[in-house]
Design a protein around this ligand. Sequence first.
Ligand SMILES: NC(=O)c1ccc[n+]([C@@H]2O[C@H](COP(=O)([O-])OP(=O)(O)OC[C@H]3O[C@@H](n4cnc5c(N)ncnc54)[C@H](O)[C@@H]3O)[C@@H](O)[C@H]2O)c1
Length: 441
Amino acid sequence: MFRVLCVGGGHVGLPLSLRFWQAGNDVTVLDIDPGKMEAVRRGVMPFMEQGCDQVLADASRSDRFRAMTYADSDLDGEIAAADHVVMTLGTPLGTDYTFRFDQYFHVLDRLVPHLANGVTLVVRSTVAPHFTRNVISARVAAARDCVPGRDFYVAFCPERLVQGRALADIDDLPEIIGADDPETASRAEALFLTLGRDKVIHHVSTVEAELSKLFLNTFRYTLFGLANEFAQISEQYGADLYAILEAANGGYPRGGIPRPGPSRGPCLGKDTATLAFASTTGLIPHAAIKTNENLVIRVARDLSASLGSLVNRRISVLGRAFKADTDDVRDNLTDPLINLLDREGAVTAVYDPFVRGCDDVRVLQGSDAVVLMSAHAVIAGWTQDDVLRLTARRRDDLFVYDLWNVWPWADRILGRGSDNREDSGNGRVGLADARGRAAPA
Ligand SMILES: NC(=O)c1ccc[n+]([C@@H]2O[C@H](COP(=O)([O-])OP(=O)(O)OC[C@H]3O[C@@H](n4cnc5c(N)ncnc54)[C@H](O)[C@@H]3O)[C@@H](O)[C@H]2O)c1
C-alpha cells in the first residue's frame, strides 16, 4: 500500500482519493479551497456525486485520510512522505481556446522543493499533447537537477469517469497508463492495481495517453454534434428522430447513433476546442462545437417563432447544471441561452433544484414558456398538470419546449418533427400521429 498525495480535491480528485483510501492506501487530499477542505474534514461532500457521501463520512473518521490546504503547517512533511503524487487540477480553457495550466504551475512551484527522491508523479487532468513530458518532467528535472525515469517518475493516466457515476467508473474502467520508460510504467501501474488486482491496464507513451483522452472526448462530442444535426434535419422533414434511432440502431451492430440534447460541460467542449485549435484544419472538431453550441440559437429562434416575439415574454429555463442529476454548472448551455434570450428582450428565470440561487420554483409563476435544458429526474417526472400548476398558467397560455424527449405532451421536442408529435392538447402545434404509432416516451 502507498502513501498518496492527491492534489486537487474536485470532481475527479475527491472520488479517486476516496477509492485509493478504501483500497488501503494512506491518502492526503490537498486543495487550495479552504471551504472545500473544511467540508471534507467534516465528512461532507462539497458537490453531488453518487455514493460518495457515505464513503467520505467513513474516510473522515480514519487516520489514513487527511484533507489539507496550503495553510497546514505539516504540509511540507506530507509532500515529502508521498510515494505517489496524483494531480487532478483543473485545466480550464483560456480565451485563446487552449488549456490554462496556471493551477499546475502554482502546484509545481510549491511542491517540487519538498518531493522525496524516487517519487512518482501522476498527471490525471486532461492536458495538451506533450504537457507531461515537456512541462511536468522537464520542470522537475530542471528544478532538482535530476533525471526522470531514474530519480523521479512522471506518468500521465487520464481520468475517463462521467460525473454522477465516478466511483463506479473508477472501479470498472480500464486504466490507460502513459509512461516514457518501463520503470515509470510499472510504478504507476502498481498504484492503480491497488484499486483491484484484476484492473485492465493499457500501456502507452505519455503523449499517446494524452491524445487518447482528447480523442475520446472529441469523438463523443462530435457524435453528440451529429445527433443534434440529425435532430434539425429530422424536424426539417417533419420526421421523428427518436423513431429513426429506434429503427436505425435497434439490433443493428453498426448503429449507435446517440440521442440529441444540450451537450457541453467542463470536459467535452473544452477538450474538443483544444484539439480543434491544435490541428491545422480541425474542421470536424470545429463543426461539433458549432453544432452543439448553436443549439441555443435554434432554441431562441423556435421560442421567438412560437411566441410571436421574445420581447417582454417570460421564459423559464429548467436546469442549469450541465448534466442531469448533478449540481455542476460549469460550461453549461443554460447560461448562454439565458444571455441570448435576455439580449432579445425576454424576461428570463432559471430553476434548478440542485443549484444554490436557482432553487426557488416560484420563479416559474406566470411563464409564457418553459424550456427543459437539464433532465434532472425530479423535473423529468413532472406531469403536464405539475407544470401548469407551477407556472399558474392555462395550457393554451404556455409553450413547453423539451430538449430531452421526456415530456410527450410538450409543444415542441428537440428532434421530433411536427408530423409525429402527440397532440399536446393546446391546439397550437401538436398533430396526431399519422402512423397510429405510440410516440416513444
Ligand atoms: N469532471 C469530470 O467529469 C472529468 C472527467 C475526466 C477528466 N477531467 C479533467 O480532470 C481535471 C480536473 O477536473 P475536475 O472536474 O475535477 O475539476 P475541479 O475544478 O472540480 O477540481 C479541481 C480542483 O483543484 C483545486 N485547485 C485549484 N488550484 C489548486 C492548487 N493550486 N492547488 C491545489 N488544488 C487546487 C480546485 O479548488 C478544485 O477543487 C480537468 O483537467 C478535467 O478536464 C474531468
